[in-house]
Design a protein around this ligand. Structure first.
Ligand SMILES: Cc1cc2nc3c(=O)[nH]c(=O)nc-3n(C[C@H](O)[C@H](O)[C@H](O)COP(=O)(O)OP(=O)(O)OC[C@H]3O[C@@H](n4cnc5c(N)ncnc54)[C@H](O)[C@@H]3O)c2cc1C
Ligand SMILES: NC(=O)c1ccc[n+]([C@@H]2O[C@H](COP(=O)([O-])OP(=O)(O)OC[C@H]3O[C@@H](n4cnc5c(N)ncnc54)[C@H](O)[C@@H]3O)[C@@H](O)[C@H]2O)c1
Length: 181
């Protein structure tokens, strides 16, 4: 039998403060039910598996986008560029008419690909796990967008930021190609 973990008390502000130090990109996860497009800003996105190709993201239990994605079994992940702070703000605000001021085209799944996104990942729903006040959603990658040289939008300590210019010689190369995976 394992001992119960020692829990030091903390409130949600401290949780957000500490977790906010983990810098991430920002994605907009989109879907379409045949009637209207849906989507929300999401930083809990990650590559999960290469063989088979899987990704994950975590929508809150109160998300109104998520039930549409669950019903249709399809979604697209739009990787935002550093010039898309406004897009993130729109898709991160509840209830707004999120598609009123953004142009989009359908990915093969029909899910919106937002104009100006760095790239996109089209997915079929693979698995869903309940986890606290969020779901962990796993998608099987079905199509991939083109890539561009633009800089990504980053979210760090509750604020947006972008990377600095790359300096010559800064490019890191792994000692062996399979070290990471
Ligand atoms: C950088 C960034 C990263 C984020 N990452 C994540 C993430 O990883 N996971 C995540 O779950 N969220 C994340 N969010 C938050 C998420 O984008 C927002 O909560 C977004 O509004 C959810 O959109 P939705 O379409 O799912 O739901 P919405 O339709 O926007 O609804 C969200 C909630 O608001 C309520 N609501 C909607 N309209 C109204 C109204 N008119 N009056 C009162 N209540 C209303 C709904 O009932 C629901 O409970 C992130 C936000 C930002 C800015
Ligand atoms: N995973 C998420 O659901 C998530 C992540 C980031 C932001 N948001 C929401 O977007 C809005 C804007 O955020 P902010 O500028 O106040 O930044 P913030 O200070 O709330 O975010 C700091 C960090 O806390 C964590 N976090 C925040 N809300 C969370 C949640 N509901 N569940 C799990 N982790 C969470 C994330 O790691 C985030 O980077 C807030 O309503 C926030 O809750 C949600």
């Amino acid at each position: 039998m394992t001992a119960a973990p020692v829990v030091e008390p903390f409130d949600s502000a401290r949780f957000r403060s500490v977790l906010g130090h983990f810098c991430t990109g920002v994605a907009v996860v989109t879907g379409h039910d045949g009637a209207e497009p849906v989507g929300f800003a999401c930083q809990s996105f990650a590559a999960l598996s290469l063989e088979p190709p899987l990704v994950l993201f975590c929508p809150g239990v109160g998300s109104r986008t998520w039930p549409v994605l669950r019903r249709t079994g399809r979604f697209a992940v739009n990787v935002l560029s550093g010039e898309q702070r406004g897009v993130s703000a729109t898709f991160g605000a509840r209830g707004a008419d999120k598609f009123a001021h953004v142009e989009w085209t359908p990915a093969p799944s029909g899910s919106p690909v937002l104009a100006g996104a760095l790239t996109w990942i089209d997915c079929a729903l693979e698995a869903v796990h309940e986890a606290g006040d969020h779901y962990v959603v796993i998608g099987r990658v079905t199509a991939l967008g083109d890539v561009s040289d633009g800089r990504p939008l980053l979210f760090y300590r509750g604020r947006y930021t972008v990377t600095e210019d790359e300096q010559p010689g800064e490019m890191f190369t792994w000692p062996r190609p399979d070290d990471w995976f």
